[in-house]
Ligand binder design. Structure first.
Ligand SMILES: [Fe+2]
Length: 181
């Protein structure tokens, strides 16, 4: 399974710390092994079940979010001198939606969200997975605070960047958020 995770997530190689890289891989292996979906399915399913006729895949969306996070962090570092831990940022960006893998269910051939996924959304289940494999608290924080649930608290700089990278690659596809002129 590790090789299939490495195939869908080449960005794991961007993490310099070998132990962190290995733990991030372990999280994805565990999530896929406990999911109704396969690694290959993630390259086919829409990234959101909330958007009608969504033709952007889960993996395209998640990999774009990681790339955007890195681009923003590099620009902020160059232009503002911001101190950003790139390994933490990349690991967090790769893991923000790992909990989604155990949110899904397939009923009558249709992909949906299971009861556990409705009661405990993926920021929470994602932290549980990350904690199981000993990911640092800074990475768990990015997972926990990447979504709307995190708006009630304060975020680290890495968490702010990943949160916005995630939303900037989501809101333009939501009719409720975008003005079309
Ligand atoms: Fe998410």
């Amino acid at each position: 399974m590790k090789d299939r995770v490495q195939k869908i997530w080449p960005e794991i190689e961007w993490i310099k710390d070998e132990e962190l890289k290995s733990k991030v891989t372990d999280c994805w292996v565990y999530a896929i092994e406990n999911s109704v979906l396969s690694a290959e399915d993630l390259e086919k399913i829409p990234f959101s079940l909330l958007i009608d006729d969504c033709d952007i895949t889960f993996m395209n969306h998640k990999r774009t979010c990681v790339r955007l996070s890195v681009d923003i962090a590099k620009t902020m570092g160059e232009n503002f001198g911001s101190e950003i831990n790139m390994d933490i940022l990349i690991a967090g960006a790769i893991l923000i939606d790992v909990g989604k893998l155990i949110e899904y269910e397939i009923v009558d051939g249709k992909l949906g969200t299971c009861r556990a996924g409705k009661l405990l959304r993926h920021p929470f289940s994602g932290v549980a997975i990350a904690d199981r494999f000993g990911l640092p608290v800074d990475v768990q924080h990015i997972i926990a605070y990447h979504s709307k649930e995190g708006d009630l608290g304060k975020r680290t700089i890495e968490s702010i960047i990943v949160h916005h990278a995630d939303f900037v690659s989501f809101e333009p596809f939501q009719d409720a958020k975008r003005i079309k002129v």
